[in-house]
Design a protein around this ligand. Structure first.
Ligand code: GDP
Ligand code: IMO
Ligand code: MG
Length: 428
């Protein structure tokens, strides 16, 4: 029996996909527990790049079962597109993918609602990926949603109609022409048609009571890696609300999103970048608006895997990192993209914030008001391409690692120095 969890500790895009892909062979099952197609997890091997949105990152291994858990929300059209792309590259998805019947469905009208709510917010817009995440989780919580298992029932179309008509009444009330919104470049009717075709296809997949399946597997001695999406600072409870996503990206999401009891969880792997990025709006205390930020974006190719938007970049924020480590009970840290900082003479680490003249090392409720207090450390100013073990790492990088470990009180187990599977250095 073994359930380990891997999750992002910043604002998403930490490199979770790469690490899951690397660790997957040690597990029997990889399972997503929250989020939906707002996620974009990049995996690169054999000179090919894949971006997964809803499918767990263990899909490239034939004998690993991949489970989309009940806490995930699914857009059938987006999921089928993802499956078709993988099929084209020679990966047979159907036989090792299982989908929870309890997972909620993103309807075309959820996508339009997402766009509508963002438009309503004007300059305060979240910067959503517009995949329908907020409205779908809202319908789930307000008990108006639709689940994957509904596809298997005879009144599936009626259930769809009821949910959609409720949405149309909202548009009516606001005199909003829902047909004016294009979804993935398609008009509403066209998207809806494809959505239904995809829902039909979804019926032919293995829809299961995943909470039973996973618990039986645990009992039978199988091991599970739970794969988080987004990051702790985008958590609906603990993130920079309201600039967050609509699910629990932190550890509690594993229990509610898979039906796995907390006491069955063993290791908690926390993934973070050697610096910080954020895509979309909202507080970002250590954000850089100068050449250093531009250098990180360029070197790190910091453009969104789902939307292509440039990611905002900044120094490593240890106040936020320690907060995320605490919330999740992280046991092992994985530091990603160390290679991106190779050309800096000096680096800054935020260890405190000042808020209206007061100094704190706690992440506050209103983080837009903080000014980070930095400690300067020396950069390593050396490429890491040819480094394959801890002994050959530059002293300055080892010092950077020690500073982080001492501050958050958890060890960094693995260092990533490039996007490829093998660009990894184990530290203990
Ligand atoms: P995820 O959402 O957490 O899975 O992360 P994304 O895939 O959205 O973004 C991470 C990006 O960084 C991807 O383009 C990866 O290929 C890339 N990447 C991952 N690890 C490293 C690394 O150590 N160095 C560099 N340069 N790129 C990396
Ligand atoms: P992965 O799994 C980075 C951000 C969006 C926006 C906010 C709300 O690849 O790390 P939503 O579409 O959920 O309503 O958007 O959250 N966001 C992400 N940022 N990585 C992600 O996923 C994200 N998923 C959502 O940019 O600011
Ligand atoms: Mg991503």
């Amino acid at each position: 029996m073994k359930v380990d969890v891997l999750l992002g500790l910043q604002w998403g895009d930490e490199g979770k996909g790469k690490v899951v892909d690397v660790l997957a062979p040690q597990y029997d099952i990889v399972s997503r527990f929250q989020g939906g197609p707002n996620a974009g997890h990049t995996i690169i091997f054999d000179n090919k790049k894949f971006v997964l949105h809803t499918i767990p990152s263990g899909i490239f291994y034939k004998d690993i079962i991949n489970v989309i858990g009940n806490g995930v929300i699914i857009d059938p059209y987006s999921l089928m597109q993802e499956i078709d792309n993988l099929n084209k590259e020679g990966f047979e998805v159907k036989q090792n993918l299982k989908i929870s019947r309890r997972a909620h469905l993103i309807l075309p009208s959820h996508r339009v609602l997402d766009a509508f709510y963002e438009q309503q917010k004007g300059k305060n817009k979240i910067g959503s990926t517009l995949k329908g995440i907020g409205p779908t989780y809202t319908d789930k919580v307000s008990r108006n949603g639709m689940r994957a298992g509904d596809i298997l029932t005879s009144d599936f179309e009626q259930t769809y109609k009821n949910v959609k008509e409720r949405h149309l009444r909202i548009f009516d009330a606001y005199h909003f022409d829902y047909r004016s919104v294009k979804i993935d470049g398609l008009n509403f009717e066209e998207y809806e048609k494809r959505w239904f075709e995809s829902a039909e296809r979804l019926r032919t997949f293995t829809l299961i009571n995943s909470e039973y399946f996973l618990n039986e597997q645990i009992k039978g001695g199988k091991s599970i890696l739970a794969e988080g999406a987004q990051g702790s600072m985008l958590d609906i409870e603990f993130g920079t609300y309201p600039y967050v996503t609509s699910s629990n990206t932190t550890i509690g999401g594993v229990s509610t999103g898979l039906g796995i009891a907390p006491r069955k969880i063993d290791k908690v792997f926390g993934v973070f970048k050697a610096y910080t990025t954020r895509v979309g709006n909202g507080p970002f205390p250590t954000e850089l608006f100068d050449d250093d930020g531009e250098k990180m974006r360029k070197t790190g190719q910091e453009f969104g895997a789902t939307t292509g938007r440039p990611r905002r970049c900044g120094w490593l924020d240890l106040v936020a990192l320690r907060y995320a480590v605490m919330l999740n009970g992280v046991t092992d840290l994985f530091m990603m993209k160390a290679d991106v900082l190779s050309n800096f003479n000096a680096l800054q680490l935020a260890k405190k914030y000042s808020i209206r003249g007061e100094i704190t090392s706690e992440f506050p409720v209103h983080s837009e008001e903080v000014t980070p207090q930095y400690e300067k450390v020396e950069g390593w100013n050396a490429g890491l391409e040819n480094v394959s073990n801890k002994e050959s790492l530059p002293q300055e990088l080892l010092h950077y690692i020690q500073e982080i470990e001492a501050f958050v009180d958890v060890n960094i187990k693995m260092l990533s120095v490039g996007p490829q599977r093998n660009q990894i250095i184990y530290l203990d």
